[in-house]
Design a binder for this molecule. Structure first.
Ligand SMILES: [Zn+2]
Length: 206
């Protein structure tokens, strides 16, 4: 049995997030949402609905979505703390892991935040091409243990999701949240994670 984790960044974001939630809840597909703090303040009820489904995990995607390589330590900590508090208030739990905006981070960032940083091994690239068909094409390259980057404020990802789930189910994938995919690894000292089987402490090599 192959495992895969779908992750959705930048929400909650109105209609497209609702569309994605409907699809995932109806088909009982676990997934992970990486929460942009400002957006959660704007759409608290959508995040609440996601939490009430008891199907999803939530990561901290900062408060205002800066590159963590461009701001000082104090601001990094405040970006994380503000979103921790917002997510805690709405879902009842502080996120156990971080999705760094743009995947940006290095050893110092990791030490400052001191929590698992969840990157990705497969990207639908919806933010670049805005086409549902191309999102599905990208997912055809899926491998066991992949973490898939999608965006719940991108209409192309929302539109492609039913076909992406169909494809992955035909290929015998089981859908996992990030904590379920990574398991006990998440209790180790913090790393950047790219997939179930790939991690380091220096961030994406650019
Ligand atoms: Zn983002």
């Amino acid at each position: 049995m192959k495992e895969i984790a779908l992750t959705f960044d930048d929400g909650p974001w109105g209609e497209t997030t609702l569309q994605i939630l409907d699809e995932l809840i109806q088909r009982q597909i676990p997934a992970t949402f990486m929460i942009w703090g400002e957006h959660a303040l704007q759409y608290p009820n959508i995040l609440k609905r996601a939490a009430e489904a008891k199907l999803f995990a939530f990561g901290n995607h900062t408060y205002s979505h800066p590159s963590l390589l461009t701001i000082p330590r104090k601001e990094i900590l405040s970006e994380i703390k503000k979103t921790d508090e917002i997510v805690k208030k709405i879902t009842g739990e502080i996120p156990r892991f971080i999705r760094p905006p743009f995947g940006d981070g290095n050893l110092e960032t990791l030490q400052i935040i001191n929590r698992p940083m969840i990157c990705w091994s497969l990207d639908t690239e919806s933010w670049q091409h805005h086409e549902a068909k191309l999102c599905l094409e990208k997912v055809r390259a899926a491998k066991d243990g992949d973490i898939v980057l999608m965006h719940d404020f991108q209409a192309a990802d929302a539109k492609a999701l039913p076909a992406i789930i169909d494809f992955l189910q035909q290929e015998d994938y089981v859908f996992k949240t990030i904590p379920d995919l990574l398991g006990n690894q998440l209790s180790d000292e913090p790393f950047y994670y790219y997939s179930r089987d790939s991690r380091n402490n220096v961030g994406f090599k650019k």
